[in-house]
Design a protein around this ligand. Structure first.
Ligand SMILES: Nc1nc2c(ncn2[C@@H]2O[C@H](COP(=O)(O)OP(=O)(O)OP(=O)(O)O)[C@@H](O)[C@H]2O)c(=O)[nH]1
Ligand SMILES: [Mg+2]
Length: 311
């Protein structure tokens, strides 16, 4: 990505209809002396459409009501909205391994339901970390489909990094154990473990994931482990159901939202922070190896609130 700073600006343009609608509604309510109840309801509805979810939409509407009342038409609603949304994201730590122990290997375990983009994220992170001077090993623990390992092999070639793969049908726990061991012996600084997509209601597959998570914790200090839940940015309400059940199998330390370049409406970011409290780490913004970017709270909120005015 040549122009990462400009990404949110471009992205927000794709949602002009929704964002303009929300802002027009805020503005209409702000400028009317006595807004009608249906105007408030309209605002809530629009916020839900932007993927904010019912709880946050209600919080925003109620917060805006009190702000309007207390400020008596003075002040700036955009400033209010900016502060409010920024506070929802407050404390988000997008960096991986914020308190890692130097000298010990780091491990990123990627988990999520089918097709969300785990393998693609594995390739992108491998490339990015290798560019930053890390020695990366990719571990293909998706032994469910032979093609999945080939797919990761292609990413390993693109990222020019080491690959450890098990044989088809092998126990993923054993592959992860051997993979981390091989990465250690090779002097890798980071191992990225790609796992099979699994339904969040399949108990056996969740138990398998739990086992993989425990094996990693036995081999690497907790500070050096990131259990990343990969979520399709368009998942909406489903994202929360997925997070809940995957979180029971492994302690989630962060979220990567993929497919932002598609139809992501963005509100999900606030919901994840407010309802789950997981850190938002990176976002996937395309299918190419460099299409991944660190989630920047400030830039994101600026784009949402100020859109085109934001420079
Ligand atoms: N547009 C877009 N497509 C993406 C992005 N990330 C992944 N994809 C596409 O999504 C599809 C699935 O990606 P994979 O990486 O195979 O997903 P997965 O989670 O590993 O899938 P399973 O292993 O089958 O569970 C592929 O066609 C990817 O090219 C993204 O950020 N943007
Ligand atoms: Mg995969």
């Amino acid at each position: 990505m040549a122009e990462k700073g400009g990404f949110f600006k471009k992205w927000i343009k794709g949602f002009e209809k929704i964002t303009t609608g929300v802002k027009e509604q805020f503005s209409l309510i702000w400028s009317s002396e006595k807004p009608k109840e249906e105007d408030w309801e309209g605002l809530e509805e629009m916020l839900i459409q932007a993927d904010m979810g019912p709880q946050l939409a209600m919080d925003l509407v109620e917060g805006f009501r009190s702000f309007k009342q207390s400020s008596r038409g003075e002040g700036d609603w955009k400033e209010w909205l900016y502060t409010k949304l920024e506070s929802v994201l407050a404390g988000n730590e997008p960096r991986l391994f914020p308190s890692f122990l130097p000298g010990e290997m780091c491990v990123i375990l990627l988990v999520g339901i089918n097709g969300v983009g785990k393998t693609t994220v594995a390739g992108k992170l491998a490339y990015m970390l290798a560019q930053n001077g890390e020695k990366v090993s990719l571990v293909a623990a998706d032994t469910f489909r032979a093609a999945a390992m080939d797919q990761l092999e292609i990413w390993a070639q693109r990222a020019k990094c080491h690959l450890v793969k098990g044989s088809p049908g092998a126990d993923p726990g054993a592959v992860v154990f051997d993979g981390i061991d091989a990465a250690h012996k090779r002097g890798s600084t980071v191992a990225i473990v790609d796992t099979a997509g699994r339904s969040h209601v399949n108990k056996n597959l969740l138990a398998e994931l739990e086992k993989v998570g425990k094996i990693i914790m036995r081999l690497v200090p907790a500070e050096n482990v990131e259990n990343i839940l990969v979520i399709d940015a368009m998942a909406g309400q489903n994202a929360f159901i997925q997070a809940e059940s995957m979180g029971k199998a492994v302690p989630i330390t962060g979220v990567i939202l993929t497919k932002w370049d598609s139809q992501a409406k963005g509100g999900i970011v606030f919901r994840i922070r407010q309802e789950l409290g997981f850190p938002l780490k990176y976002i996937g913004i395309g299918e190419k190896i460099e299409d991944v970017m660190l989630f920047d709270n400030e830039q994101f909120v600026q784009a949402v609130v100020y859109g085109e005015e934001f420079s």
